[in-house]
Design a binder for this molecule. Structure first.
Ligand code: C2E
Ligand code: MG
Ligand code: MG
Length: 711
């Protein structure tokens, strides 16, 4: 959107176009050039509003009100002005932003117009009332002149005026009123004011009228419908005033009536446009939010409410493959089917944008009510859709929320529906999911943790714990595994299960992983000098880190800086991460293996990889998942099968030149059984839980004599 002030040429252009558009609509005492001159000022204002940054449509109100001030009071003037604006302002731009801006300018302009017109009507009505009262009250001498003045106003007014007696019998009506209602004076005189009440008139109108007749109020104003002689209803602004006799008793009533039917129709039309989606004709987000707001701001005791938020699956693919025009038709068809489903029950269905729809289910008893709506909607949507001879199949996912209206804040409900829709998508699409507080809390907590990760790295909230590995044949320590720990300032110590996935998803694992590798290697150096046979350090890495171009270089530098042999470093990748990985990550692994770094497959047995697949990888070690080990004990018959599996895995691994480490070894019995099965190393609470470097140091010192310590 341009930010520069409207150029003079654009102003003149708009004013000229505008003048031509409205030239013959109102009885204004101006010719075309004069009209254009008058509209030039307004055109400049309109263009200023259009180009305002940030966009603020409010000043367009003044333009609407200035139209009325210039006597452009025929509703045609307004409707033509509004019709002209989209082309005049947005030109060919049919993007959503331009359209919504045009709509906002139109709305404000129309609102200013309507308000001003009403003000003017009321002022006119007041003038007439004063004239009437003054006329009645003037001295006899002036009466004739006054009467003549009144007559002139009465007969010439463009506004309808009627006079009735205290009982409501109509005495007089001016030509404007007769024309407006379609009755002759004679016909009017046969009627009573009451006959002009419309069946839809609110109780309020009657009450006001009663109070007036009884002399309890001097006048009242209201918007009211009248029935014309041809049976059509018209909308009016009505002012009724009481005229008392010299003793103060109610004697006459004067009704001043302006026909606002066209204006009202226009306003309704604008309101409808503002509330409905152009493509599908369904309610739009604004109307939906208003309806939802009404239900939740004034909740019925014990009332419940449900939302069914629907999003089509893979709709983008339809749009991309067969084009937006067909995509739009699919949306129109889906909208009409959802409309039919909801209409039957009287529910509001709205299109929130794109391929997202929502059904508002009031007065629910429980979740089953929203579920029923979702299933009916799915059934409707999933019937094949035929457009131009081609058939399309569409499925949808839905997020359902159902709760007491007292605890349903609009924004909260929508957020819940959004999250739940996301669950339905994540769980495989073509299904609904029902909101559940526990799942949501968990996800919110994880989401929040994920956002805190970068700062945590900066603030040094991470540290490493080390868990010893033992050679089963000798019972001596062979290495340590570095395990990441997060000491969160508020939440305390957090295990990787809480955040490692988020770290991978957000990518923070790359810098974090670098820090882990460097820290672990530095730690290994402090231990290395102390033993003849240096401890191996095992570091877990995420597959994502393999995409880090500097990884290999960084590892080499780190090893050199700390005086470590490549074979002293083992990188652990989980079996799940490795399965299905191809191409570049594997190339990086091979390169690392070529340098001499050991590669281990972690949590082996939890995925579905097979040995043939693993043979393609440069793997030195398998780490058997804890779930395998738990069942392994020596001698026991029932555990025989597991023991046999572990046994054959071990011998197969050995055949392929890999060593085997058992994880989560918790008992002496397990350790014994694993040794018997030929397992090389073991790790687990039985040998030592993950500990601080100092604790590891102490433990090593105990084993020092056997390890050929230097001191
Ligand atoms: P992992 O690499 O398989 O690590 C072994 C896990 O088993 C550790 O959990 C350890 O505390 C636990 N454990 C050790 N002995 C026993 C035992 O006797 N019984 C039982 N039940 N568990 C035992 P932790 O430290 O919570 O780590 C969980 C996982 O998080 C690790 O599994 C690893 O996949 C990942 N992880 C840990 N540190 C890092 C890291 O620095 N980088 C990456 N990318 N992942 C890491
Ligand atoms: Mg590990
Ligand atoms: Mg493991």
């Amino acid at each position: 959107m341009p930010e520069t002030p409207a150029s003079q040429a654009a102003v003149i252009d708009l004013a000229a176009r505008w003048a031509r558009t409205v030239a013959d609509t109102s009885y204004v005492p101006m010719d075309l050039p004069e009209t254009q001159a008058y509209l030039t000022v307004l055109a400049e204002q309109v263009l200023q509003v259009w180009r305002s940054q940030p966009f603020d449509p409010e000043p367009a109100r003044q333009v609407g009100s200035a139209l009325v001030d210039g006597h452009f009071t025929n509703p045609d003037t307004l409707s033509r002005t509004l019709a002209m604006l989209p082309q005049a302002l947005a030109g060919e731009a049919v993007d959503a932003v331009s359209l919504s801006r045009v709509g906002a300018v139109q709305g404000m302009l129309a609102a200013g117009y309507a308000t001003r017109l009403q003000e003017r009507t009321l002022a006119e009505q007041d003038a007439i009332r004063t004239a009437t009262v003054v006329a009645r009250g003037e001295a006899e001498m002036a009466a004739r002149a006054s009467e003549a003045r009144f007559r002139a106003v009465f007969a010439g007014a463009a506004i309808g005026i009627g006079l009735g007696d205290a009982n409501g019998k109509i005495i007089d009506a001016n030509p404007a009123l007769m024309k407006m209602l379609g009755f002759s004076l004679l016909e009017m005189r046969r009627r009573n004011v009451g006959d002009f009440m419309h069946p839809d008139d609110a109780q309020k109108v009657w009450k006001l009228y009663e109070q007036l007749i009884l002399g309890f109020r001097e006048s009242f104003q209201t918007a009211k419908q009248f029935l014309r002689s041809d049976g059509h209803a018209i909308w009016t602004h009505l002012t009724v005033s009481l005229i008392r006799d010299s003793l103060g008793k109610p004697e006459f009533q004067v009704a001043v009536i302006e026909d606002i039917t066209d204006l009202r129709r226009l306003q309704n039309q604008l309101q409808h446009q503002a509330d409905h989606d152009e493509l599908t004709g369904l309610a739009n987000r604004a109307l939906f939010q208003r309806s939802l707001g009404q239900l939740t701001t004034d909740p019925v005791q014990g009332g419940r409410i449900g939302l069914c938020l629907i999003d089509l699956d893979g709709f983008k693919a339809i749009n991309d493959s067969v084009g937006h025009a067909v995509g739009d038709q699919v949306l129109v068809e889906v909208a009409s089917r959802l409309g039919a489903v909801s209409e039957k029950e009287g529910y509001l269905v709205a299109r929130l944008g794109g391929d997202e729809f929502v059904i508002l289910v009031p007065d629910t008893i429980g979740a089953q009510d929203v579920i029923a709506v979702a299933e009916a909607a799915f059934k409707a949507v999933e019937r094949p859709i035929t457009i131009a001879g081609r058939t399309y199949s569409v499925t949808a996912s839905a997020g359902l929320v159902e709760r007491a209206t007292t605890s349903a804040d609009t924004a909260d409900l929508m957020r819940a529906a959004d999250i739940t829709l996301y669950w339905a998508k994540a769980d495989g699409k073509d299904r609904w999911a029902l909101f559940d507080y526990e799942r949501s809390d968990r996800e919110v907590a994880e989401y929040t943790l994920a956002r805190m990760l970068p700062e945590a790295l900066q603030n040094h909230e991470f540290h490493l714990a080390y868990q010893p590995l033992f050679t089963l044949a000798t019972g001596l320590p062979s290495g340590v595994e570095a395990l990441l720990r997060w000491h969160h300032p508020k939440l305390g110590n957090l295990l990787p299960a809480r955040f490692i996935e988020a770290a991978e998803e957000t990518g923070i694992i790359v810098p974090l992983g670098r820090w882990i590798l460097q820290t672990a290697c530095r730690q290994a150096r402090t231990w290395a000098g102390r033993f003849a046979d240096p401890l191996r350090i095992s570091v877990n890495i995420a597959i994502r880190q393999l995409a880090d171009r500097q990884l290999i270089q960084m590892i080499q530098t780190t090893l050199e800086e700390n005086g470590l042999q490549p074979g002293q470093l083992q990188l652990e990748l989980t079996e799940r991460a490795v399965i299905g990985t191809d191409g570049e990550p594997l190339a990086v692994l091979r390169e690392l293996a070529d340098i001499g770094v050991r590669i281990a497959i972690d949590d082996f047995g939890t995925g579905y990889s097979n040995m043939t697949y693993l043979r393609r990888l440069p793997v030195c070690e398998l780490k058997l998942a804890g779930s395998f080990i738990n069942e392994v004990r020596p001698g026991g018959d029932s555990r025989k099968v597991d023991a046999q599996i572990v046994g054959s895995l071990v011998s197969l691994a050995h055949t392929l030149g890999m060593t085997v480490t058992a994880e989560e070894v918790e008992t002496k019995a397990q350790a014994q059984a694993l040794r018997e099965l030929g397992c090389d190393t073991a790790q687990g609470n039985y040998f030592g839980a993950p500990s601080s470097p100092e604790e590891i140091q102490l433990m090593m010192d105990q084993h020092l004599p056997q390890m050929g310590g230097r001191y």
